[in-house]
Structures are given as C-alpha cells and as structure tokens.
Design a protein. Structure first.
Length: 122
C-alpha cells in the first residue's frame, strides 16, 4: 500500500443518512395512519362548562368587533349583531352565576347563534 491509498477521501455519510431518514419517515407515516384507524371516535366528548362558554364568548366578541370595524355590515346587521352579543353575554353570565344544566344549555345555544351571526351566515 502506497501513500496514495491513505489520501482517499472517506465516504460521506450523507446519502446513508437520507436513506435512513426516508425509511424512518415512511415508517412513522404508516404507523400514524394505522394508529388513526384504531382510535375510537366516540371517546372525545366536550362538555361545555361555564368557563369554556366564557372563553368562547370572548373569542366571538373579538370576531364581532373585527367584523364591525371592517365596515362591510349594514346598519341593521350591526344592530342584530349587538343584540345577539348582549343575549349571549347575559346567558353566559347566568350560566357562570348559576351553573345548572338548563342555564349551560341556554348559554351554549345563544353563543352558537352569536358565532353564526358573526360568521355572516345568520
């Protein structure tokens, strides 16, 4: 062995890394797809609480403010939006003060109506 054999460049690990990375990604995608098929659909049930209703109202109220500031609403739509906002606020506050099943259901329904109106579908 001469001096030239020691002067060879070592093989790069880059292509090997790419092959391993590609196989790892394919494996992870396959496992996640199979895991999604095995997950039961009815296990996640979100029950509205007074706190989640307050958060939903605050987010919807911010959306309503943005919609009004955009200037694309007619005056009668602004009035309907303000009325829905007030009804949603009062029902959410009632559900917070007296968290009965009926009050929470009423607050949820009014919040959904308010969000629908904010979205422009009402």
């Amino acid at each position: 062995m001469g001096y030239a054999s020691y002067m060879k460049r070592p093989m790069s690990a880059f292509p090997f890394f790419l092959r391993r990375f590609r196989s790892l990604c394919c494996t992870m995608v396959g496992v996640s797809l199979l895991a999604g098929c095995q997950a039961p659909m009815a296990t996640v049930k979100i029950t509205p609480t007074p706190t989640t209703l307050i958060y939903s109202y605050i987010i919807a109220h911010g959306m309503a403010r943005g919609r009004v500031m955009s200037g694309d609403l007619a005056p009668q739509d602004v009035i309907r939006l303000a009325q829905a906002d007030q009804i949603a606020l009062l029902s959410v506050l009632m559900a917070e003060k007296e968290p009965s099943r009926q009050n929470i259901k009423y607050a949820k329904r009014n919040s959904e109506k308010f969000i629908t109106l904010v979205g422009g579908n009402g």
